[in-house]
Design a protein around this ligand. Structure first.
Ligand code: SF4
Length: 458
């Protein structure tokens, strides 16, 4: 029993969080920055923060994640980190030659009040930024928000620091894919290409954090949105933002600053959310859905129909990032499964209301909490057991203690592979998810079956 001290009795807690279902803001900011071509993320704070962010991303993607740090000492912690950051710009552009440096702050630099906008402006005014090179930045103190809001803030930093409006509209659609895997970004591009839509997707970590083994180290792998394309986003015909928490901030800034209208939809995870994504895309650009995509939808519906009896009525606990959990809950309801315990660690005012609405026909009491933790989730499970647990790697302790089939989904997954290579968005991604869910449920049935009811065929 790894979590033997988790009591069944639930006590009201206000200030204390135990085993949070989230991680720190700069990790999301660093992940978003890696989705820019030839960009070096820079952590404005101590070396320890930067090491933690890099190691979490490296463990999840099994790829070396490059980033720089302002390396705060006791002196900079007291007097501010301006000189460290300006020195860092000089060193990084000279030694590592990125096109873009993406600076995010940390708890320490925010607490002492460093103004990165002013520091970047000073560096530019003093001629410390070479021609054709860019600094983008965002504020990511980790005592608020989560890795998802950090991602949102860095996407917003891309718009604030790079987007331009020339006055002449282009025929491109901005797509903000949300906090999803590189494989998901690849799949979103495949779907958008299939509909014949011209677009700029930012950020885009496909090819960067799921690239092939070439035998050679590349500081800046091919892939990612270019700074030149990011500049054009202010002239685009529209923006489609996927996932409200991760993508709506940048989409709304493009709308208010550059009059680029935006549509915000859920992440296209599962049947209904993918339908909505494709329908919105189709309407924005006035195109029709190709047979290849309709065919994929039909295949997904076929799998659901074939395996429906194994999904029906199964109780599920889900935890993770709000955009992913909302879309996933909707998918579980489509499958006639019963999501009954649902937690996100990210603060999100509308999360609980949205989940309650999605699960209003579930024939059980549904527990839902934003800014929650996996300690509470475990207590809920003890009081009302489930047939399946879905969440990031940290769920394995609950799954082991309560003997529940466990689907790894979300961020971080540090004890398995595949998430960076196989998508879970779109119809194909939903098929992939379904196969994993069915496999877990039937493997459990096989394990628990008496000899006389041990089936060869399902
Ligand atoms: S929580 Fe704050 S201090 Fe800790 S690693 Fe994240 S940014 Fe650094």
């Amino acid at each position: 029993m790894l979590l033997k001290h988790t009591p069944e009795k639930i006590t009201e807690r206000k200030a204390l969080v135990i085993n949070p279902a989230k991680t720190c803001q700069p990790i999301g900011a660093m992940y978003a920055a890696l989705g820019i071509n030839s960009c070096l993320p820079h952590s404005h704070g101590s070396q320890g923060c930067c090491s933690y962010h890099r190691s979490t991303l490296t463990r999840h993607y099994k790829e070396p994640v490059m980033a720089a740090t302002s390396s705060f000492t006791e002196g900079s912690s007291v007097f501010g980190g301006q000189s460290n950051l300006i020195q860092a710009f000089n060193n990084i552009f000279t030694v590592y030659e990125p096109e873009v440096i993406a600076v995010h702050t940390t708890c320490l630099s925010e607490t002492i009040g460093d103004d990165v906008n002013q520091i970047a402006k000073k560096a530019l005014d003093d001629g410390k930024i070479p021609d054709g090179k860019y600094i983008i930045h965002c504020s990511t103190p980790s005592y608020v928000g989560s890795h998802v809001t950090g991602f949102a803030n860095m996407c917003n930093g891309m718009v604030n620091c790079l987007s331009e409006r020339t006055g002449t509209k282009n025929d491109l659609l901005n797509i903000i894919p949300g906090y999803v895997e590189p494989s998901d970004m690849e799949e979103i591009k495949r779907i958008v290409d299939a509909l014949g839509v011209k677009y700029i997707m930012f950020p885009d970590t496909s090819g960067i954090l799921n690239g092939p083994q070439t035998g050679k180290f590349s500081m800046y792998p091919k892939g990612g949105v270019t700074a030149a394309d990011l500049k054009k986003t202010g002239d685009s015909m529209g923006t489609l933002a996927l996932g409200k928490t991760a993508s709506s901030l940048a989409a709304k800034t493009l709308d208010t600053k550059f009059k680029v209208p935006c549509e915000i939809v859920d992440l296209p995870i599962g049947l209904s959310a993918t339908d909505k994504f494709i329908d919105t895309l189709r309407k924005i650009v006035g195109t029709s859905v190709p047979d290849s995509i309709t065919n994929e939808r039909g295949q997904l519906v076929d799998i659901i129909t074939d395996m429906q009896q194994y999904f029906y009525g199964k109780k599920v606990a889900v935890f993770g990032d709000p955009d992913q959990v909302i879309a996933l809950t909707s998918f579980l309801v489509d499958l006639d499964m019963c999501p009954i315990h649902i937690v996100t660690g990210t603060p999100d005012k509308k999360f609980e209301k949205t989940i309650k609405e999605l699960t209003k026909d579930v024939p059980h009491e549904v527990n839902v909490k934003a800014k929650g933790d996996t300690f509470l989730l475990h207590q809920w499970i003890k009081n009302n057991p489930v047939d399946l647990l879905i969440g990031n790697t940290y769920g394995k302790y609950i799954a082991r203690d309560e003997d529940i089939p466990f689907l790894r989904f979300g961020f971080p997954i540090i004890d398995r592979i595949g998430h960076s290579y196989f998508p879970t968005v779109g119809y194909k991604g939903a098929m992939h998810l379904l196969v994993k869910i069915v496999d877990l449920l039937l493997t459990r049935m096989d394990r628990d079956a008496k000899e006389e009811s041990f089936e060869l065929v399902y």
